[in-house]
Write a protein that binds this ligand. Sequence first.
Ligand SMILES: C[S@@+](CC[C@H](N)C(=O)[O-])C[C@H]1O[C@@H](n2cnc3c(N)ncnc32)[C@H](O)[C@@H]1O
Length: 275
Amino acid sequence: MSLRSKPTLAEQADRHLLYQQSVQDVETEIDFICETWDALRARPATLLREDFCGTAATSCEWVMRDLGHAAIGVDRDATVMAWGKQHNLSKLDPAQRARIELLRADVRHCRPGAADIILAMNFSYYLFLTRAELKAYFNNARAGLEDDGIFFLDAYGGSEAPMEIKERRECDGFTYIWEQASFNPINSYMGCLIHFEFPDGSRMDDAFRYDWRLWTLPEITELLGEAGFKQVDVYWEGTDEENNEGNGIYEVAEIGDADPGWVCYVVAQKRLNTL
Ligand SMILES: C[S@@+](CC[C@H](N)C(=O)[O-])C[C@H]1O[C@@H](n2cnc3c(N)ncnc32)[C@H](O)[C@@H]1O
């Protein structure tokens, strides 16, 4: 009998695949971006820049939607982009793949060609810990857009956001665990972790770690204005009257609900809406 036992499910799992399956919903994200662009602009968008692209899953979704679509994914980590090439770009047909460029760079300094749309999703920009750093990033995003370009970000918050808590969610074949491990109210720095748990009892602890500042919406919208964006709107999720849960429809709002946990989009236009 072999002394080596069968590998656990955690040992066999791939953390990037688990992340894509549990955290990302690129179809819904691109649906929102297309609908919002069409509502604000009379011409089609072609070039999308995905900042903090990681595995470039969103860029892949963008180029699959339309023959005219092209994408530039920007990330500073060559390893995660190599994973994206191997597992995501490889599933595209050659013509789609030719319309994606992956750029290893810092999103605060990169200067690829002017994009119609820039994305900063899954709160990735929360890793900038000072107003100066965040504003420098917003300045660079603005400079990287066409004159009528639009910058899309998401944001999260609510009364539970600054709490040290764990949330579990069942996914297909594993459990996703989001841990807000630490929060310092003096500087709003937080330490967040993603763990995965499997039906055989095995775990992948600390699969991802984020050292963030918990930015508030007024800080984000004010800094976007200071960076020169001419119109900055918060798109807040509506409520399903039957179950009192979010209905997945995000619309411009001036007043949001004091929910324990919310996610919204921030849409920053380089120049005023002309429609
Ligand atoms: C949370 S992942 C985002 C993955 C994916 N885009 C999403 O929406 O879920 C954050 C990514 O940002 C990258 N990153 C962190 N700081 C960066 C910087 N200053 N410039 C470029 N990429 C950065 C990391 O390498 C990592 O792949």
